[in-house]
Design a protein around this ligand. Structure first.
Ligand SMILES: [Zn+2]
Length: 473
């Protein structure tokens, strides 16, 4: 079986092959740490996590790097405007280093809550200034960059492949440039590698001047090269990273090393909320605490965000999240039923019954994931497996084989509850939250928590000794 992925660079599905047999070097564009990551950001990180888990399922050792942009990410994407972190620091009247530290810590907590496997390393841009300056020097020496009064720009016209990833043409970028072009640039599409600005709070001394800071794009080129080498297998990001960010990364890295940078570029589509773009002004920017505040388990959010194909638009509504809770409880139930059937409870008469169906469904799950991480297809195979066990079609051997497989499949999905102990802990936590709500007479909230549990097949009973719970059916 061949793992096929859609490569944004060639705009087609291609069989995946790594540069070095058995190892994958992967770089994921990470967050700019000036605020709380929202669930739309999380979709892209969960996509990277699913990709990594699938590669591991297929036997690769994955060297995964995700950067933390803690300096120099300018508002207007290119090289004008205010640094996002510094802008936030001014707003909160804090030191920008404290801002980026605080949000970085929270970012890791969110990833952990979502069950994301940790990357090999999360390099911070501010720890890699010498590596960036080394590349900038090299680009100047090779004639790909030029200096103007302490600023250094990349000259896109010197790199013929500029625009290959995004489909943009340098001439059209010229015509379309609406922002007032800084006269010091040779071409409007040229972008900053280094900026001099004594007012900038996060700044470094370099041969270009006393006070400077890097452009956003050079950070990823330098960190990827430092931790993964000149060439990598896969580079991922959200669809908004394609231009200018990834286009610029390619131009910098390939001009500097003289080698192709990433063989596969993979991009995740935006998450929509209530059918539209997530927008701060409409108040639709949810984060993990908003999910918790409505009584949902973060595991349900993980399911909700990975259940769609990463290249298809995915819509988020509270209604859909509720449906995810019940879909997920069916998958939890699948494990319970398979465990029982493998011990003879609810199994078909002959041990061999259903073996072929199980092996077909395993093949269907795997070929779904091999088809550019088609998670909907893979999940559908698991639901069919549930139908098979519900209808008593699986014998003891088939149920045991299916159980082994579901546990393995869950090493990729990371959402199914496979141990009864976890269930108890989660239910107890929700019951405690419900008791709290009742104490403060928030009956709406306590009813909602009861309904959430009910959707998972958990029935509560108020007794004189306290609340007891049991599983339905
Ligand atoms: Zn990046």
């Amino acid at each position: 079986m061949v793992f096929t992925v859609y490569n944004s660079l060639t705009r087609q599905k291609e069989p995946f092959q790594s540069l070095q047999a058995g190892t994958v070097r992967m770089y994921n564009c990470g967050p700019t740490v000036y605020g709380r990551a929202h669930i739309g950001n999380m979709r892209a990180y969960l996509f990277a996590d699913t990709l990594r888990r699938w590669l591991e399922y297929r036997g690769y050792a994955v060297q995964q790097v995700m950067n933390i942009t803690d300096v120099g990410h300018i508002q207007a994407d290119a090289d004008e405007g205010e640094d996002k972190i510094e802008a936030q620091a001014k707003k909160e009247n804090k030191d920008p280093w404290a801002i980026s530290r605080g949000w970085t810590e929270l970012f890791f907590k969110d990833l952990q809550a979502l069950g994301v496997r940790p990357a090999m390393i999360y390099p911070k841009a501010s720890d890699h200034i010498p590596e960036m300056l080394e590349m900038i020097d090299g680009l100047l020496a090779k004639g790909y960059a030029y200096q103007v009064d302490g600023d250094v720009y990349y000259e896109v016209g010197r790199f013929p492949a500029y625009g290959r990833l995004s489909g943009n043409k340098v001439e059209e970028l010229d015509a379309g440039a609406r922002i007032e072009v800084r006269e010091e640039k040779r071409h409007p599409a040229d972008f900053a590698l280094w900026k001099s600005d004594p007012r900038h709070l996060m700044k470094w001394k370099s041969r270009f001047g006393e006070h400077g800071f890097p452009g956003w794009h050079i950070e990823c080129s330098a960190m990827s090269r430092k931790h993964l080498g000149n060439r990598i297998d896969i580079h991922t990001g959200g669809e908004d990273n394609i231009f200018p960010h990834h286009e610029c990364e390619i131009a910098q890295t390939e001009a500097f090393t003289g080698q192709p940078f990433a063989n596969f570029w993979m991009h995740c589509k935006f998450l929509q909320v209530d059918g539209g773009k997530m927008s701060k002004s409409l108040g639709y920017v949810w984060n993990l605490d908003d999910i918790r505040a409505r009584g949902f388990d973060i595991r349900a959010l993980r399911y909700c965000l990975i259940r769609g194909h990463y290249r298809a638009p995915l819509n988020f509504t509270w209604e859909i999240l509720k449906e995810s809770v019940s879909a997920l409880s069916n998958l939890d139930d699948l494990v319970v039923r398979l465990r029982n059937a493998s011990r003879g409870m609810g199994a078909s008469a002959s041990a061999e019954d259903g073996l072929e169906e199980v092996s077909d469904l395993i093949a269907e799950f795997e070929s779904g994931m091999d088809d550019d991480l088609n998670t909907p297809r893979a999940l559908a195979a698991l639901f069919q497996l549930r139908t098979a066990v519900l209808e008593g079609r699986l014998g003891v051997s088939a149920a045991a084989a299916a159980l082994q497989f579901v546990l393995k499949a869950n090493s990729v999905l990371g959402v199914i509850r496979t141990e009864e102990a976890n269930l108890a802990a989660e239910v107890e936590a929700l019951i405690a939250a419900r008791q709290e709500a009742r104490k403060r007479k928030d009956f709406k909230e306590s009813d909602r928590i009861r309904d959430t549990l009910l959707a998972q097949g958990i029935v509560l009973e108020d007794t004189p000794q306290g609340v007891v719970w049991k599983q339905k059916g």
